[in-house]
Write a protein that binds this ligand. Structure first.
Ligand SMILES: [Zn+2]
Length: 430
């Protein structure tokens, strides 16, 4: 079982966790009777009351709300992980929203029958919602997307839903390298990019980790710099011929000489021909020419390599269901917008984790890997040189178009930036 919470707990800092989570708890649980309580860490209840750090005793609560001082005390030795801290804050803050006189009355019913304690325990159940505010670089490595390739009315289209475990801070960059104009998205935190150039070459990618289910545990170990795949895609986009771009995608090394090529599923297409590349750190690249009579989608399980990406469990199921829906969307689409609209719908799936457009807050019975939401969409029309991005209002921040081309240069790629709204798909569209 993948324990992403272990990733969150790696580098776990108690005060930092409170700082990141508490403002959202305060916002969601309503106003406290006497203003927002201060949160303090103490060794234990005896040390706090006596001022003697060595003092100990029998009763060792996890946390307390101090009705007199309007403070929440968290007892450090009990706060061993993110879950404990969030639950304690939810519980004690709930008390701060309650009426003190009633609490005194209810107390006589005993702890288990006290409706205020019941309410505080109910509040704890929501703890997972708050894990998303504790960002780590490690959780930035987790990404699951959908990429598609189709030809509509003679136009070659690449599209993508981009799922992330954090609020994506994204710019669109226009750049001139030699006489090649590039337009691509740039994730300001992870340096991720994908896009197109004015020779009609477009590149999109979807992650495919080796033994992904195992790998997520190991991400913890992998510290340091973000993946260089964004750099590799930008490099590939600087070529004029598709074969040179493909060579670059497969063979290019960044600063990290060990990591060769762009990992995962990549679609690279031009108005003339389209290809799929499947590559992981443990597999040789497989290059396949795409038959344009059909529509193509890739999610996060292996196609050529069955042991790559997700191989079992809820993540595999999600990858497969999202793949099926994406194929259906492509088959029904009559215009390029139909593709983005279809991929941003809420489909009648049994659980939100299996929807092509994802929202971690809507997942039923979330497990610890359900921290991904769709942050936006990309659509490239390689014949008409159009680059469209749709940003999710809540899950992304848009930083505008960064034009790095010289003043004399007249751009040829059209950029369109929109917001995406997810709409429910009617049952008759099933
Ligand atoms: Zn309580």
């Amino acid at each position: 079982m993948i324990k992403l919470i272990d990733i969150l707990n790696e580098g776990f800092n108690k005060q930092d966790t409170v700082d990141k989570v508490y403002p959202f708890i305060v916002r969601n649980l309503g106003s406290a009777k006497r203003g927002i309580p201060k949160v303090e860490f103490h060794t234990n209840i005896y040390a706090r009351l006596s001022g003697d750090q060595q003092a100990t005793g029998e009763a060792n609560p996890h946390a307390e709300y101090d009705w007199d001082k309007n403070k929440i005390y968290l007892y450090t030795p009990r706060m061993t992980n993110v879950e404990e801290i969030i639950k304690a804050l939810l519980h004690e803050y709930t008390h701060a929203t309650q009426d003190r006189k009633k609490f005194e009355l209810y107390r006589e019913k005993g702890y288990a029958n006290n409706p205020y304690e019941k309410a505080a325990h109910r509040a704890e159940r929501d703890w997972k919602r708050y894990t998303k505010y504790i960002k780590t670089n490690e959780s930035k490595d987790l990404n699951e997307c959908i990429i598609t390739h189709s030809v509509l009315n003679g136009k070659v289209l690449l599209a993508k839903n981009r799922d992330r475990a954090y609020t994506a801070k994204v710019s669109v960059v226009r750049e001139l390298i030699g006489d090649v104009e590039l337009v691509y998205i740039l994730d300001n935190e992870t340096d991720w990019s994908e896009g197109m150039n004015n020779y009609g070459i477009g590149i999109i990618n979807s992650a495919l980790m080796v033994n992904a289910d195992e790998k997520e545990k190991k991400i913890i170990k992998k510290k340091g710099k973000p993946s260089e795949d964004g750099l590799k895609i930008r490099k590939a986009l600087s070529f004029k011929s598709p074969s040179a771009a493909m060579q670059s995608l497969v063979n290019y090394t960044g600063e990290d000489k060990v990591e060769v090529g762009v990992k995962g599923h990549t679609f690279i297409a031009t108005p003339k021909a389209s290809f799929a590349i499947e590559l992981t750190s443990e597999h040789q690249p497989i290059l396949k020419k795409l038959n344009r009579k059909f529509n193509h989608a890739r999610t996060n399980h292996g196609y050529a390599y069955k042991d790559s990406g997700y191989t079992s469990g809820p993540s595999k199921k999600s990858s497969e269901v999202r793949w099926h829906i994406a194929q259906k969307v492509l088959d029904k689409a009559k215009t390029p917008n139909d593709i983005l609209d279809g991929l941003s719908g809420y489909w009648p799936v049994d659980n939100m984790r299996n929807n092509p457009y994802r929202d971690q807050d809507k997942v039923v019975n979330p497990n610890k890997t359900d921290i991904l939401s769709t942050t936006g969409q990309i659509l490239m029309n390689l014949n008409d040189l159009e680059f469209i991005i749709r940003m999710d209002q809540d899950k992304s921040e848009y930083f505008g178009i960064e034009d790095r081309t010289p003043d004399y240069y007249k751009p040829t790629i059209k950029i369109k930036v929109e917001h995406v709204k997810n709409t429910k798909i009617d049952n008759n569209e099933r």
